[in-house]
Design a protein around this ligand. Structure first.
Ligand SMILES: Cc1cc2nc3c(=O)[nH]c(=O)nc-3n(C[C@H](O)[C@H](O)[C@H](O)COP(=O)(O)O)c2cc1C
Length: 335
């Protein structure tokens, strides 16, 4: 399949693996890129720019296909040395950066000077337009369904994607709630040039996380995520667990006076405990509603091949079938 995104990033399939804290290591990024998608290493999971340089080199050892690095600009207890991270990205020969959180405006000159394509993740049309205006090459439009930070507008993709298509000149991918061929074809129908998946890629053989995490995703339904930190205007969609129950209790007690320090125990340092140790109640970790659509743990290649083959069937049989008047008999079921 050829779209503006496959052309822009020189990839075979219009499928991107979004940056994920303590998940987006070289093992997963290289597997996605080797399967024809775009794998992304999560920059800030590497505690220093030197460690990021090592992770990039490790990924180059495992794939000769394009892959990117995610740089997230979110409120943090201490601000990371972004210019040094960008230097590691540039010196590692990376040509694609996924930015997220705050606007990457201040870092655009450095990224563009290194001939790097920037895809910025946005949860609203206005932020997407701002990304276009500051010179981003593409946008990842992240709906309310998404795992991680959906922003504060609560706009689901059925509205957000067509609105983005109405306003944007640069290409965009759909992000949030994307799991399979149905997601991809629907995203394309709404104007996207591909899709970005986070949660779905965690439940793959190559995702370098504890098996408990993959089992939790297969077991979870679409009803099992919760929104936390709304009072801090740093809303995050996470999988429900004991720590999240406690966090929500504290949020109810504190109301609008909630401070990040009040929920420190439920948030800080949760990722390594969950992702590496498999302690599923250790703290809040991002997870999308799409968990309800995850039923297995395939290899990345099996997942991507299945998505592309099913997408072709949906388009050629089901959709064209409807036009030919044969849709119902030929391909009524897409699940
Ligand atoms: C466990 C996890 C960690 C994430 N960490 C980050 C991150 O560090 N930076 C970022 O930009 N996005 C992060 N995300 C968001 C993903 O890149 C992606 O935008 C999101 O998962 C898309 O929604 P989906 O989970 O419904 O596919 C994370 C998502 C998950 C599930």
């Amino acid at each position: 399949m050829k779209t503006a995104i496959t052309e822009m990033f020189a990839i075979e399939h219009p499928i991107i693996q979004g940056g994920m804290h303590y998940v987006g290591f070289a093992e997963l990024a290289s597997a996605v890129s080797n399967a024809g998608g775009l794998g992304i290493i999560t920059g800030l999971t590497q505690r220093t720019p030197e460690l990021l340089a090592r992770e990039i080199a490790h990924c180059h050892d495992m794939t000769d296909k394009p892959f990117g690095v995610n740089l997230t600009f979110l409120p943090a207890f201490t601000t990371p040395p972004y210019p040094e991270y960008i230097a590691a990205i540039r010196e590692g020969g990376i040509k694609i950066v996924e930015t997220a959180g705050r606007s990457p405006e201040q870092y655009m000159p450095a990224l563009k000077a290194a001939d790097i394509k920037v895809i910025h993740k946005c949860t609203s049309v206005r932020h997407s337009l701002k990304a276009e205006q500051i010179g981003c090459d593409a946008v990842s439009v992240d709906g309310f369904e998404c795992g991680g930070h959906p922003g504060e507008d609560d706009m689901p993709n059925m509205i957000l994607l067509p609105r983005a298509a109405e306003e944007l000149k640069i290409p965009f991918v759909a992000s949030g709630g994307m799991a399979d061929a149905r997601s991809l074809v629907a995203a394309l129908a709404m104007g996207a040039a591909g899709m970005n998946m986070g949660t779905r890629f965690i439940a793959t053989k190559e995702a370098p996380v504890h098996d408990n995490v993959k089992k939790a995703l297969v077991a979870a339904s679409e009803l099992d995520t919760r929104l936390v930190m709304r009072a801090l205007r740093n809303t995050e969609r996470v999988l429900k667990n004991k720590a999240v129950d406690r966090l929500l209790e504290i949020e109810r007690e504190k109301g609008a006076s909630l401070k990040i320090a009040d929920i420190h125990d439920q948030v800080a340092g949760a990722y390594p405990k969950v992702m590496i140790d498999g302690d599923m109640d250790a703290g809040a970790w991002s997870c999308g509603m799409v968990a309800g659509l995850i039923k297995d743990v395939p290899t990345v290649k099996e997942l991507i091949d299945r998505i592309m083959a099913d997408a072709e069937r949906i388009i050629r049989d089901r959709l064209v079938g409807f036009l030919d008047g044969a849709g119902q008999e030929k391909s009524a079921k897409v699940a």
